[in-house]
Design a protein around this ligand. Sequence first.
Ligand SMILES: Nc1ncnc2c1ncn2[C@@H]1O[C@H](COP(=O)(O)OP(=O)(O)OP(=O)(O)O)[C@@H](O)[C@H]1O
Ligand SMILES: [Mg+2]
Length: 413
Amino acid sequence: MREACIQAKIIRSDDPTQLILALEPEAASLDCRQRDLSEFVDETLNGTPPEVIACNGPTYMIIDNGGGTVDITVHTINNQAVDEVYQPTGGAWGGINVETEFENLIIFLFGAKFISNFKQNSPAEWLEMMADFEMKKRSPQFVSSKASTRIRLPHAFFMNGSLMARAKGQYKPCDVKLHNGYLILSYEVMSNLFLAPVENIIKHVETLVNDDKLKNLSIIYLVGGFSESRLLTKRFEEKFGSKYRIMIPLDASLCVVKGAVLFGLNTKAVQTRICPYTYGSDVSERCDNVKCNKKYAVTQRGVCYCMVFRTLATKGEKIKVGDTRSFKYCPLFPDQTSVCFGFYTTIKDSVKYVREPYVKKIAEIILPSPDTTKGKSRLLKLDIEFGNTEIKVTTLDKESGNVKHLSLDFVKG
Ligand SMILES: Nc1ncnc2c1ncn2[C@@H]1O[C@H](COP(=O)(O)OP(=O)(O)OP(=O)(O)O)[C@@H](O)[C@H]1O
Ligand SMILES: [Mg+2]
């Protein structure tokens, strides 16, 4: 994101303070907390939010049901600021999966070959049809009235005779039909398209709420555009409503944007975060040429070194915003004039080598170290500031005073 903003000339590369990155569910959390009760669905009272929202103690979950992803965070209020209780979690279960289900349905009805040719030959008409579906999918009437949904189909679809034959085997005539240029889907068929996408989210949330760390959970906020779907919110109420208070802002899709503005004004609103991954840097350790596992080793100047994962922060660790950790390094060779620091993440709690499975390199810094007078006794310092929405890395070559900075995404593995 930062690189894209620099390339688009929205910010300058020499002034990182021009851009603050906010995490979507976290931003939404700030917006939800300062809202009036009357700004939530089915909340009839006016005035300031009740104590459960404002005072110390309660743990709440924010679920940002977006287009592509569902992002979840869990907070507890601590002196008007918030502590993160659980590492950010989620998956690719956003509202676009309903479109995927619709696409699967029309592939079933019209055949994969016809649909793939149509997409390739008439992309504009395809997009128009999908936009019509998206509009109908958002319509509150289709849920409240349980009426059929009419989707305008491109002309070519009516030249394809396979629909009725395929539909007959699987659907009743009243469930799927073609009429006057429209594909007409009954409420049952239309709502079925939401089933798998919604259940994927429910399943994940069910696992989370059973975690011991969330035993004080009392409120679930549903934000993001997909939370405007009554089918999704109804399912949440059925599944979790008896145990938790489900709160849905009236303009759920705007919560993130409004909250991002609030976060920009008060970046200290979140005071601790939970590390979503284990982070590490690489260190070359001399090893036994014969015995060591060749998968994890490199040979440099005829000597065998293992690329060891040096843990900088561990998954699940509670980190105070601004917590800076310092690590010392030295060059591998006395005449080395630059040093490369590699940075890695892993979903595992701990690993030994950077080349193990589930370890991903996310960045590197090349630090010039031109003054080789002290040979291998040169001090190289790595300061790493955790807990913000970005991890700030600073490397220093003590001899030359050379400094290099880097920013890493806190939640990207
Ligand atoms: N009333 C509605 N019923 C069903 N789905 C809806 C409704 N309103 C919006 N959506 C869906 O919500 C999604 C968009 O949500 P949102 O604007 O929060 O996503 P985003 O922030 O762009 O995506 P992401 O967070 O994944 O990057 C789309 O899939 C859209 O179809
Ligand atoms: Mg979003």
